[in-house]
Design a protein around this ligand. Structure first.
Ligand code: NI
Length: 175
């Protein structure tokens, strides 16, 4: 396994719609393992392939709390089948926006179809933090980032702060 460099916004790959995975092979499985290791190292609770520069529809999440057993999940070609009318607000962050946070409202519950790492079709119902995290990561596959859900004023502030951090050389991530 390997720790991969994480792209920091703004970056063209983060704005691109990712391609569906045609076949789940060892290459995909290796990337998912590397993505998990990269996410745990960061540390974060979710990571989408475009964030490591791979424009493919793959993501990993683990929303286990500290002290709980890890609950790694790997999703390939995820598709949201159903969303609740109820919304939930969470303070979101993103490994591509280091140290930046903003409240985002999303459907509180979702039903998602995906392929697992063996290529088998699966479905998951999620609510709470997992629902938010999965929607945030699936957004990444469509070139959408969490600041696209907040006001333009807040978005501009966050992007300026990131630019400042980049200039100061305080961001280690890949350019
Ligand atoms: Ni993110």
């Amino acid at each position: 396994m390997a720790i991969l460099p994480i792209l920091v916004a703004p970056h063209p790959v983060l704005k691109r719609k990712a391609q569906p995975v045609a076949a789940v092979t060892d290459e995909e499985r290796r990337l998912l393992d590397d993505m998990l290791e990269t996410m745990y190292d960061a540390p974060g609770i979710g990571l989408a392939a475009p964030q490591v520069g791979v424009s493919k529809r793959m993501l990993v999440v683990d929303v286990a709390r500290e002290g709980e057993a890890p609950q790694p999940m790997k999703l390939i070609n995820p598709e949201i089948l159903e969303t609740s009318d109820d919304l939930a607000a969470y303070e979101e962050g993103c490994l591509s926006f280091p140290d930046q946070f903003a409240e985002v409202k999303r459907p509180a519950a979702v039903r998602i179809a995906y392929l697992d790492e063996t290529g088998e079709a699966r479905e998951i119902k999620a609510e709470g933090l997992l629902a938010t995290c999965l929607q945030h990561e699936i957004d990444h596959l469509d070139g959408v980032v969490f600041v696209d859900h907040i006001s333009q004023l807040k978005r501009t502030m966050i992007l300026r702060k990131l630019q400042k951090l980049k200039k100061q050389g305080r961001l280690q991530a890949a350019e």
